[in-house]
Design a protein around this ligand. Structure first.
Ligand SMILES: Cc1cc2nc3c(=O)[nH]c(=O)nc-3n(C[C@H](O)[C@H](O)[C@H](O)COP(=O)(O)O)c2cc1C
Length: 448
C-alpha cells in the first residue's frame, strides 16, 4: 500500500511515532534530539515548536530498518531486494488539481521563509539550513527534469543560498547560466520517504525520470501540480513548496555547515530569489539531521541498494552490501558467495569506479555478518593480507564534501579483499549447536 503523503505515513506508523509535546526550539534543540535519539526509537513529531505556532517538525522518519520497511511497505528482510527491483521500474507521475500544498499561498513580504521552522543544527553552522529540500527544475538545454536534495542556507531576506555541487543540477544551472538565464526551481519539503529516496538515487543518461522512480518505489504515481510562480511541477501533497529562480552569475559564501560527513563544509554557492511559499494547513516541516541514523538509512537505500543492483548485474555471487554508518556512504562492505578472488578484485575496481562517493570498500564472504563490526574485523584479521589484498586507485575525483580531499580536486580510493582462501584454515570455529541451545535455554537473558 502506498502512503499518499507524509501525513498518511505518520498516521499508519501509529505508536512508532513519539509526539513531543514539550517546547523545542528550531535553533539547536530539535537537531540535538534527532541526533541523540536511540536508533530503535520511534520517529519524532515535535508539536510545540518554539516561535512557530501552528507548525510541526517531523524527524528520524526512516532512522531504522523497521520504519524504512514500513515506509516502503515491504518486509524488513526484503528491503534491499525491493528497492533494487522497484528502482529499475518507472511509474509516471499524474497531474492533479487537488493540491493540499496550496492551502496557503504566500508571495508577498520581505522574509517569506521566516515562518518555516528551519533547523540550525550545529554550534558553528553559519545559520539555519534546509537539509531535506527536494529541488525540482527543468534543464533548459534538454527539457529533462532535475530532482535532488540540495542543502539551502537561510540568510534572512528572500535569497537563501543553495549548494549545487553535483550533476545533474549543477549542469542544469550551468546550462541556464550559459544562456544568461535564471533557472526556475521549486523545493518540495515534507514528502513521504519513497519520493525523497527516489530524489537521491543515482541518475544517468538511461535513467528514467526520478519522479517515475518515486512512483515505482511507492507503488503509486506521484501526483503533480504546476507551481504558482514558476513553470515547474511539484508534488501536490507535499507539506511545503518554496518557489523561485536561481539568477545567473551570482555566488555567495554558503556555510560553514556540519555536513553528512560530520565535518563543516563551506562553498561559494548560487542563491535562490524566492517568489512564493505555499504550504498545507498545520504544516509539517521535515528535519533531517546530518551525520545521523536517519541519513545513514537514506544513503543505504539511495546509494547502497543502487550499487548492489549494479554489481549484481556484472559479477556473479554478490550477496549483500552495507554502508558503514557515519561515513556518509564513503565506506561500504560487500558480502560475496563462491566468488573467486580475481572476480572479487574485478568487483572492487568496478564498485570504486561506479560510485563517486565510495572511498573504501571491503569485500568479505557471506559467512560474515556485514552488519556486525566484530565479524567484519575478524574477517580482516584472519583472511586479509595487506600487501597482497589491497587495491589502491589514485587520481579519482574527490567527493566535494570530503574534508580529507579538500582543495586537491583529486582523491584516491581503497579496496580490501578479505575473502577466504581454500581449506579449513579459513573456517569459523563454531560452537556445538546443541550446547549453545542449552546455554540459551538455561541461562536465558544472560545469553546473546
Ligand atoms: C542527504 C543528501 C544531501 C545532499 N545534499 C546535496 C547538496 O547540498 N548539494 C549537492 O549538490 N548535492 C547534494 N546531494 C546529492 C544530490 O542530491 C545528488 O545529485 C543525488 O543524490 C544523486 O542524483 P544524481 O545522480 O541525479 O546527481 C545530497 C544527497 C543526499 C543523500
Amino acid at each position: 500500500m502506498a502512503y499518499r503523503d507524509l501525513r498518511a505515513l505518520l498516521e499508519a506508523l501509529d505508536n512508532d511515532v513519539h509526539h513531543v509535546t514539550q517546547s523545542f526550539a528550531p535553533r539547536f534543540e530539535i537537531a540535538a534530539a534527532l541526533r541523540a535519539a536511540r536508533a530503535d526509537a520511534p520517529a519524532l513529531l515535535f508539536e510545540n515548536v518554539a516561535g512557530h505556532a501552528g507548525w510541526r517538525v517531523a524527524g528520524n522518519l526512516i532512522a531504522n530498518r523497521r520504519r524504512l520497511a514500513r515506509a516502503l511497505d515491504t518486509p524488513m528482510a526484503d528491503l534491499a531486494r525491493t528497492c533494487v527491483e522497484r528502482r529499475s521500474q518507472s511509474l509516471a507521475p499524474v497531474r492533479t488539481t487537488d493540491a493540499p500544498v496550496k492551502e496557503v499561498v504566500r508571495t508577498q513580504g520581505d522574509d517569506l521563509l521566516s515562518e518555516l521552522p528551519i533547523l540550525t543544527h550545529h554550534e558553528l553552522d553559519a545559520g539555519p539550513f534546509i537539509t531535506t529540500g527536494v529541488v525540482l527544475c527543468t534543464d533548459p538545454a534538454t527539457g529533462r527534469r532535475g530532482m535532488g536534495i540540495h542543502r539551502m542556507m537561510l540568510k534572512g531576506g528572500r535569497k537563501p543560498g543553495v549548494l549545487l555541487a553535483n550533476p545533474p543540477m549543477s549542469q542544469f544551472h550551468a546550462n541556464a547560466e550559459a544562456r544568461g538565464e535564471a533557472l526556475p526551481v521549486a523545493i518540495a519539503l515534507g514528502l513521504e520517504p519513497a519520493t525523497v529516496i527516489a530524489s537521491v538515487v543515482k541518475s544517468g543518461p538511461l535513467t528514467p525520470d526520478k519522479m517515475g522512480i518515486a512512483g515505482a518505489l511507492r507503488g503509486e504515481p506521484v501526483e503533480l501540480v504546476r507551481a504558482e510562480t514558476v513553470d515547474v511541477e511539484v508534488p501536490a501533497r507535499a507539506e511545503i513548496v518554496i518557489e523561485g529562480r536561481i539568477p545567473p552569475g551570482v555566488r555567495e559564501t554558503e556555510g560553514p555547515f556540519g555536513e553528512s560527513t560530520g565535518a563543516y563544509f563551506t562553498y561559494d554557492s548560487p542563491v535562490i530569489e524566492v517568489s512564493a511559499v505555499t504550504h498545507r494547513q498545520a504544516p509539517i516541516y521535515p528535519g533531517l539531521c546530518p551525520w545521523s541514523a536517519d541519513l545513514d538509512m537514506l544513503l543505504w537505500l539511495a546509494a547502497g541498494a543502487d550499487l548492489l543492483g549494479q554489481l549484481r548485474t556484472h559479477v556473479a555471487g554478490v550477496v549483500d552490501l552495507e554502508l558503514v554508518g557515519g561515513t556518509a556512504g564513503f565506506s561500504m562492505i560487500v558480502a560475496v558467495a563462491n566468488c573467486p578472488r580475481p572476480e572479487v578484485r574485478r568487483l572492487v575496481q568496478l564498485a570504486l569506479a561506479l560510485d563517486k562517493r565510495l572511498k573504501s570498500l571491503t569485500v568479505v564472504d557471506d559467512d560474515i555478518d556485514i552488519r556486525d563490526p566484530r565479524d567484519v574485523a575478524w574477517a580482516l584479521a584472519t583472511r586479509y593480507q595487506p600487501a597482497r589484498d589491497t587495491i589502491v586507485v589514485e587520481g579519482t575525483d574527490a567527493y566535494v564534501i570530503d574534508p580529507s580531499a579538500s582543495g586537491a580536486g583529486q582523491g584516491s580510493k581503497i579496496g580490501i579483499v578479505a575473502t577466504r582462501g581454500g581449506g579449513a584454515a579459513f573456517d569459523k570455529a563454531r560452537l556445538d549447536a546443541a550446547a549453545l541451545a542449552k546455554a540459551r535455554r538455561t541461562l536465558g537473558e544472560l545469553m546473546q
